[in-house]
Ligand binder design. Structure first.
Ligand SMILES: *Cc1c(COP(=O)(O)O)cnc(C)c1O
Length: 374
C-alpha cells in the first residue's frame, strides 16, 4: 500500500473546460470567459461582493496588503504559525511583520496578545485560518475596530471555513486564497483576493495586471505586477467549483474517522479541534505528538513511511526561522505556544479521495506505532 498525503481530485468538467479554452485560443490572463466566471462563482461561494483572481496564494496575499493600503514601515501583527508566504508578503511591501503567538486549539492568532503589541506604527492584523480551522475572528475584529486596524485573512487553507456560520474571506478588509495542487480546490497554481470593498477590489484588479491606464492603456496609473491567472487555470477552477462542497464534506468525514480512531490516545497525540463557533474544513489532518511521544516525530514518520504512509511535517513558526532570528526581526522565545508545534507536529493523508481502506490502514499503522513507542 502507498498512500500519499494528498492528491488533487480532478473531475470530468475540468478537461472539458480546459479544452474549450484551448480551442478558443483563450490561454492567457487577459482573454477568455472562464476568468470572470470563476471569480463570480468563487465570490458567491464565499458570500463576498468581489473576487479577484491571480497567479498564486502568495500573490493574493501581496495584492490584498497592497490594495488594503498597508505601507512601507507599517507594523503588521501576524500569526506566527503559518506557511512563510504569509510573512514574505508583508516583507514584499516593506512593512514589518510582528509575530503573535497562537491559541493551542484553533492554531490561529491568540487575540489576548494583540493589544500589547499595538503601537502608532501598527496598521493591520493578519490572521491565518490554519489547516482549515478559522482564527478567533469575533475577538480579532473587535480589537481591530477599537484600534482602527485593517484585518487581512490568509484563507489559503480554509476555503469554505466558517466563523459563526459566516464563511471566511469577507470577515476583514480582504482575504487571500490559494489554489495550489494540495489546497481544498486547485487550479494547479493560482490565487484569489476576496473583499466586500469596491475600492480594494478595483485596486487589486489594477495592480495584478500592470496597472494599465483606463483612457490611455499605456499611461500606467501605478507600479503594477503581472499576477494574472490564465484562462486555462480559471477553466480548471470552474470545474472544481462544481464539487467544492463535496470536497469539503469528504475532508470532514476523513477527520471524523481519524478522530474516532485516535480519541483514546489524546495523552500522546493532539488532534484537530473545532470550536463551537467554527466550521473546520480540515485542509490537512494535523496532529502533534505530546506527553511521552514528544521528540519522536522523525521516528514515527519514518516508521509510517516504511508501511507506505506518507506524512508531512507541520510548519516551523516565523519566530523560529533562522534567517529572521539572524536579521533581528524575531526571537525564539516570543511565541512559546507555537514553538511546541514546531518539531512534533505532522499531518496524515487527508485527500478528498482517500478510501475507507486507506484510512483504516493509516489509523491502524499509527496506532500500532503509538502503542509500541509510548
Ligand atoms: C499555501 C499557502 C500559501 C501560499 O499559497 P501559494 O499558492 O503556494 O503561493 C500562503 N499561506 C498559507 C497559509 C498557505 O497554506
Amino acid at each position: 500500500m502507498k498512500i500519499p498525503v494528498s492528491r488533487p481530485l480532478i473531475g470530468r468538467l475540468e478537461s472539458i473546460y480546459v479544452n474549450k479554452a484551448l480551442q478558443e485560443g483563450a490561454i492567457s490572463g487577459l482573454y477568455g470567459d472562464f476568468i470572470g466566471r470563476f471569480e463570480d462563482e468563487f465570490a458567491d461561494f464565499c458570500g463576498v461582493d468581489y473576487a479577484v483572481s491571480c497567479s498564486s496564494g502568495t500573490a493574493a496575499l501581496h495584492l490584498s496588503l497592497l490594495a488594503a493600503g498597508v505601507l512601507p514601515g507599517d507594523e503588521v501583527l501576524v500569526s506566527t504559525l503559518t506557511n512563510m508566504a504569509t510573512i514574505f508578503a508583508i516583507l514584499y511591501i516593506g512593512a514589518r511583520p510582528i509575530p503573535v503567538d497562537i491559541e493551542a486549539n484553533s492554531l490561529g492568532i491568540d487575540p489576548q496578545y494583540l493589544e500589547g503589541k499595538i503601537n502608532s506604527k501598527t496598521t493591520a492584523i493578519m490572521v491565518v485560518h490554519l489547516f482549515g480551522h478559522p482564527a478567533n475572528m469575533n475577538k480579532v475584529i473587535e480589537i481591530a475596530n477599537k484600534h482602527k486596524l485593517l484585518v487581512i485573512e490568509d484563507c489559503a487553507e480554509a476555503h469554505g471555513a466558517e466563523v459563526s456560520r459566516v464563511k471566511v474571506g469577507g470577515l476583514g478588509s480582504a482575504g487571500a486564497f490559494s489554489f495550489f495542487a494540495n489546497k481544498i480546490i486547485s487550479t494547479g497554481e493560482g490565487g484569489m483576493v476576496t473583499t466586500n470593498s469596491l475600492e480594494i477590489a478595483k485596486k487589486a484588479r489594477s495592480l495584478r495586471s500592470l496597472a494599465f491606464g483606463d483612457a490611455e492603456k499605456f499611461m500606467h496609473v501605478d507600479v503594477g505586477y503581472n499576477y494574472r491567472m490564465t484562462n486555462i487555470q480559471a477553466a480548471i477552477g470552474c470545474g472544481q467549483m462544481a464539487m467544492v462542497e463535496e470536497l469539503i464534506s469528504r475532508r470532514r468525514e476523513v477527520a471524523e474517522y481519524y478522530n474516532s480512531r485516535f480519541e483514546s490516545y489524546r495523552d500522546v497525540l493532539l488532534l484537530p479541534s473545532e470550536a463551537n463557533w467554527a466550521k473546520n474544513v480540515i485542509w490537512m489532518y494535523h496532529v502533534c505528538l505530546s506527553g511521552s511521544m514528544r521528540g519522536k516525530r522523525t521516528l514515527v514518520r519514518d516508521m509510517l513511511l516504511k508501511e507506505g504512509v506518507e506524512t508531512r511535517d507541520g510548519f516551523i513558526p516565523f519566530n523560529m526561522q533562522k534567517i529572521f532570528i539572524e536579521s533581528g526581526l524575531v526571537t525564539i522565545e516570543q511565541c512559546p505556544v507555537a514553538n511546541t508545534f514546531a518539531f512534533d507536529s505532522f499531518y496524515l493523508p487527508t485527500g478528498p479521495d482517500i478510501s475507507k481502506n486507506e484510512m483504516e490502514f493509516v489509523a491502524d499503522r499509527l496506532l500500532n506505532i503509538l502503542i509500541q513507542l509510548r
